[in-house]
Design a protein around this ligand. Sequence first.
Ligand code: SF4
Length: 426
Amino acid sequence: MRWTTEAATSRTPEPASGADAAEPSPASAPAEAAPGLFSLRGLLRSVRTPEFAGMTFHEVLAKSALNKVPPASSMPFRWTVNPYRGCSHACVYCFARSTHTYLDMDAGRDFDRQVVVKVNAAEVLAAELARPRWSREHVALGTNTDPYQRAEGHYRLMPGIITALAESGTPFSVLTKGTLLRRDLPLLAQAAEQVEVDLAMSIAVFDDKLQQAVEPGTPRTAARLATVRAAADLGFRVTVFLMPVMPKLTDSRAQLDEALRSIREAGAARVVYGALHLRPGAREWFLAWIDREHPELSSRYQRMYAGSSYASARYREWLDERMRPLLRKHGLSASADEDTPEARRFARLRAQREKTAAPGAPGAPGGRRGGYGRKIGAGEEAGGSAHGASGGGPGDTTGSALGRTSGSTPGLGGIPALEPLVPTLF
Ligand code: SF4
């Protein structure tokens, strides 16, 4: 498919550097000038097209596709791939918004409309995975921005990425809100014959009007549930990320009951849920939206998130209490969002300990993580977190709790001495 370009800029390719290729150059232009950008390293051209009204795609040549997660991150994986930066799904609450400010674009409209595309992501990734020192650790896709956002229909980066991962023997997970996932299900099923493949769909809102208001660029909930069904029918054990749960908007017993019923009916095997976080970037954008759309809730949200990006521990406990019987009722395995203040403290401690530990000692690098999540009860695990809420990936302590598993599960560790810092939710 060719772009019908109505406006485009181009320049001589200049390879980008670093894992996230599109770092701004020192001479980066102000956000208003973004459509004419010459500020992104590796920028090939910037494209607008009538098929995507209001959007600009900045095509870059990346030097690297594999991103290493910082050691102090609470996320349960070490490696990610993000072929896009910015996301046309435009979720008001999206935690990744602030990452656009590193590109000298804003965390609001620019995040939704100025999307950086690493057009060579698959080729670069294949080269990285072929290196002798690549350890074939789990790679998480969809933890920052959505790999199946609408532009993927044009760029088709994911088939090459999936193939590169499978052929290199690298297990991976995909988290998305995009129904375009369906296009690649046959390829993912093939990949699952070679490596462990975990699929997760993020579905936070089950009321159409609210869903279109808060996630205006996403496919409808019914279409996402149908995608879950299609994946389940192919044998995948699909996880649904029921998050963010938004206080007073999506957290009534009736709403959660209906959500879990729909998820179960769609054939999902497992749910990860968690309350809304509002980090800088998302916070301003979301609170402005609340002021506009739900002024009756403004002061409640202002109070709730006044001192922290996280919902209070009390609210999170209340949510657990509410979810527990509903999960039992619908027979769904469940995990809680792993991105909590407690988990972050734990991750920081772990990173400090790794820094000081001798190689090979407990807690030394290479010994801290072996997989996702922590099993906390029969069929229940503390898993990752949804992109759009906190940036994690699916959890699995059993090797078969998620996805369509053909290989063995990575070793699943944990740090017993620090484990009590991770909240036990069930
Ligand atoms: S939450 Fe996910 S789908 Fe929504 S805008 Fe952010 S990256 Fe895109």
